[in-house]
Design a protein around this ligand. Structure first.
Ligand SMILES: Cc1cc2nc3c(=O)[nH]c(=O)nc-3n(C[C@H](O)[C@H](O)[C@H](O)COP(=O)(O)OP(=O)(O)OC[C@H]3O[C@@H](n4cnc5c(N)ncnc54)[C@H](O)[C@@H]3O)c2cc1C
Length: 362
């Protein structure tokens, strides 16, 4: 192992691998070490939905890690009152189990020259490098070590997921908002995998009065009655939403992905923002002032969306608002695409978008 390290990255999820790839594009001979407590090929509890925005971000890093059979081009949304909007998206998304997706990304980072070591990080003193990137996910140790508290209440969601047999002909991404338990992020999803199973799950805000495992399992079954969940192993995890974010850096330590609470509060999308923030941090790592450079780049990319989603998060409890948005998406494919850009990418709604939504309010 070539020491001293120029950059140490804690966490080998999409954020960590993207950070390594981008740092090595910036400085190909840099000595970059990625640490993860789990070996290559670990699983991550997730919906496995890879947005087209994430695929484009990876392409900008020179990566093509998706396969045609993993593509799912139809997205269908169901509002709280059952109003549904379906459309064939113009830029298709993918469903790839995270065990495979993350392994492809980490392998690409190692091919580019990064070193990987299985090590659980418990202190900052053990990380001897001029720049450290904390990409260690939702319960980030690095974030805690730099004194930033974790998300809680409405800024944290909890979700369960499992793999059920795909019913015949069910090859679309569906999201069903829950009419019973509104309280921030609150919906069931079904995302078909190429292997004949479907990733099914249900998530809601941890501020909800009942967010017990029993409740989540019951609502999952009620909202997705077409799936046979008997014998399906359901696993839970937390989602730190971008409505409450830590400072993106402290001294020489930069936070990316879930460690920086970058999950979209409307949809639970976090892979695109993990890759995008990782890439920005990696690009900033060898500049004069890595922390401020990264913070500026992150604000330029996500600042407008973060301000807007934080303000609007208060009103997504309203079934009327959700139904209006879904009615607009059903009637107008441009509005559907805007919805996907805000929910899965880094876009924010414009005044024109709000005016167009207004037409579908009743
Ligand atoms: C149920 C559920 C469904 C979701 N569905 C989707 C979806 O369909 N699409 C989407 O875009 N997003 C989804 N998300 C969000 C998405 O999973 C995350 O946003 C994404 O994984 C963040 O990537 P990351 O690289 O920041 O963190 P992670 O993918 O969590 O990677 C963090 C890595 O750090 C390692 N690590 C942790 N602690 C330490 C330590 N102390 N020392 C060393 N290593 C450590 C872990 O082993 C892990 O490999 C979902 C989340 C959940 C919980």
């Amino acid at each position: 192992m070539p020491q001293p390290w120029d950059l140490i990255i804690v966490g080998a999820g999409p954020a960590g691998s993207a950070a390594a790839l981008s740092a090595l594009r910036e400085k190909p001979d840099a000595r970059v070490l990625i640490l993860d407590r789990a070996p290559l090929g670990r699983d991550k509890v997730c919906g496995d939905g890879i947005a087209p925005h994430a695929v484009r971000e990876l392409a900008a890093l020179g990566l093509d890690v998706v396969r045609p059979e993993e593509n799912v081009s139809t997205v269908r949304l169901y509002g709280p009152s059952g109003a549904d909007a379906g459309a064939v998206t113009s830029s298709p998304g993918y469903v790839i189990p995270r065990r495979q997706f993350d392994e492809r990304l980490l392998s690409a980072a190692m091919d580019a020259g990064a070193f990987f070591e299985v090590r659980k990080v418990t202190s900052l003193e053990s990380l001897d490098a001029p720049v450290v990137i904390g990409a260690d996910g939702s319960n980030s140790t690095v974030r805690r070590l730099i004194g930033q508290p974790a998300n809680h209440g409405r800024a944290l969601a909890v979700a369960i997921r499992g793999y059920a047999p795909t019913p015949p002909g069910a090859r679309e991404l569906t999201i069903r908002w829950d009419s019973q338990r509104l309280g921030g992020l609150c919906y069931a999803w079904s995302f078909p995998v190429a292997d004949g199973t479907t990733n099914v799950g249900y998530g809601l805000s941890s501020a909800a009065h009942d967010h017990s495992r029993a409740y989540l399992e019951r609502r999952l079954g009620e909202l997705l009655p077409e799936f046979d969940l008997a014998g399906v192993e359901l696993t839970g995890h937390t989602l730190p939403l971008s409505v409450r974010r830590p400072s993106p850096y402290s001294g020489h330590v930069l936070l990316v992905g879930d460690a920086a609470s970058l999950i979209n509060p409307f949809t639970g999308e976090g892979i695109y923002s993990a890759i995008a923030s990782g890439a920005l941090a990696g690009r900033s790592a060898f500049r004069d002032a890595p922390g401020p450079t990264y913070a500026k780049a992150l604000a330029a990319r996500f600042g407008r969306q973060h301000r807007q989603t934080t303000a609007l998060y208060r009103i997504i409890d309203s079934p009327r608002v959700l139904d209006t948005v879904i009615r607009a998406a059903r009637a107008n494919s441009r509005m559907f695409d805007r919805l996907l850009d805000v929910g899965l990418g880094d876009a924010a709604f414009t005044l024109g978008d709000f005016a167009r939504f207004g037409r579908y309010a009743f």
